[in-house]
Write a protein that binds this ligand. Structure first.
Ligand code: AMP
Ligand code: ZN
Length: 143
């Protein structure tokens, strides 16, 4: 993709704080460190979102996320700054908060009491609505 900033970063055409690279992925520090150690896993191939990325690449990305989450846990602990948790998350589409339309996984080290973000507002839903929601998703699974 010609005009995709993450394609350029993943290819090394734009400098980045790279923590890991292999033939399929580059892992960089997010420019805006939501939490200290906030990383982005970028496939070198351009896929816009989870609907486009092939399953083998998706699987590799998640396995890499686990490896980087562990690396952050071990590395920060060694540095005397232990982590309390890690979020691994991923946005698809503007409505879901995606701002760069090149598939990427966020790995977010967490410290108890940090300025955590609400990902969703809790709402109570009736039993009938729960049943209907289940039916809608099950219908999609069969399609
Ligand atoms: P998302 O909102 O899931 O699409 O995440 C995009 C992320 O990319 C944001 O957290 C940005 O801070 C980050 N970002 C945007 N441009 C760059 C860049 N040039 N280098 C590193 N991170 C970036
Ligand atoms: Zn791209």
């Amino acid at each position: 993709m010609d005009n995709c900033i993450f394609c350029k970063i993943a290819a090394g055409e734009i400098p980045s704080s790279t923590v890991y690279e292999d033939q399929d992925f580059r892992v960089i520090l997010d420019l805006n460190q939501g939490m200290k150690g906030h990383m982005l896993i970028l496939p070198k191939e351009h896929y816009a979102n989870v609907f486009e990325i092939p399953d083998p690449a998706l699987g590799k990305a998640m396995i890499l996320a686990k490896r980087l989450a562990r690396a952050a846990k071990v590395g920060f602990e060694k540095a005397g700054e232990p982590l309390d948790g890690v979020n691994i998350l991923q946005n698809n589409g503007e409505a879901a908060g995606q701002t760069v339309m090149h598939y990427h996984l966020h790995v977010l080290p967490r410290i108890k009491g940090d300025d955590s973000f609400p990902v969703w507002q809790e709402k109570s839903v009736s039993a009938e609505e729960m049943t209907k929601i289940c039916e809608n998703i099950k219908g999609g699974l069969e399609a």
